[in-house]
Design a binder for this molecule. Structure first.
Ligand code: DGL
Length: 274
């Protein structure tokens, strides 16, 4: 593989801010990689929209990133991974990876009781994408799912701990206590921000699976297999694009990413579909 191809950026998109949890893990694992992030903040949330709309938006996002010369596409949004991964993989020649496969694999490894809970947006849960991925790993696993739509605005707003988030989490998570699960998959890239609250409500005995970490591992092995890892020594470039920039984004995004974002650019991507 040529050095130019190896140095090309990894393209990552999400409906908003949540995919930054995936970027954080990629940076931690692959610090030399150049990254371009696109958050479709003008059209968030995806999780309450139809599959048809989410596929159309995902193609816009992917088209924009492709126009920037990426070497790999990371769909850092569970909703989009659940419904649009086949369309994106068909359209693109570069490697495409979503967050559901890696998260399901980790949950399958982590469960001892064989009872796994999955939380996500209404569209992700309706798609049964995690259920299918987990059943493919082990048909014996019992899967209990629930949509938790209010977690997304809570995370976007930065209200991740405290009385309000705990009350909402208790309400959503109560059924999982009865199902006696031992693993809960955070099937939405926004949910890792609520991890302390979810862990507090579920108790320490429950393993929370955050697919961001598993996805970063998978990205590394895919790049390695294809001889696409960037072995250059220059300072890595990180570019952040949003379809809308709100006042709260910069501070909340910094918490998701673990570092301050200096260079955010607003873009109109509606003309970049494939
Ligand atoms: N990032 C989305 C996901 O992981 C959640 C936010 C949304 O509904 O767009 O499913």
């Amino acid at each position: 593989m040529t050095n130019d191809t190896k140095r090309a950026p990894i393209g990552v998109f999400d409906s908003g801010i949540g995919g930054l949890t995936v970027v954080r893990e990629i940076i931690g694992r692959l610090p030399r990689e150049n990254i371009i992030y696109l958050g479709d903040t003008a059209r968030v949330p995806y999780g309450t929209k139809s599959s048809r709309t989410v596929i159309a938006y995902s193609l816009h996002n992917a088209g924009f990133l492709l126009s920037r010369g990426i070497k790999m596409l990371v769909v850092a949004c569970n909703t989009s991974s659940a419904v649009s991964l086949p369309s994106l993989s068909r359209e693109f020649e570069i490697p495409v990876i979503g967050v559901i496969g890696p998260g399901a694999k980790k949950a399958g490894e982590a469960t001892k009781s064989g009872r796994v809970g999955v939380i996500g947006t209404p569209s992700t849960i309706k798609s049964s994408a995690y259920k299918k991925a987990l059943e493919a790993i082990s048909p014996q696993i019992e899967i209990y799912s629930r949509a938790c739509p209010l977690f997304v605005p809570l995370a976007e707003e930065g209200w991740t701990e405290g009385e309000i988030s705990e009350l909402i989490a208790k309400e959503y998570l109560a059924p999982f206590k009865e199902y006696d699960i031992d693993v809960l998959v955070l099937g939405c890239t926004h949910y890792p921000l609520l991890k302390p609250t979810i862990q507090k409500v579920m108790g320490d005995g429950i393993t929370l699976v955050d697919s961001a970490e598993e996805t970063a591992k998978e990205i590394e092995s895919m790049l390695h297999e294809r001889d696409l890892l960037n072995d250059g020594t220059g300072a890595p470039a990180r570019e952040y694009y949003l379809t809308d920039v709100s006042d709260t984004f910069v501070s909340v995004a910094g918490r998701f990413l673990g570092e301050r974002i200096e260079n955010i650019e607003m873009v109109d991507i509606t003309g970049t579909a494939l």
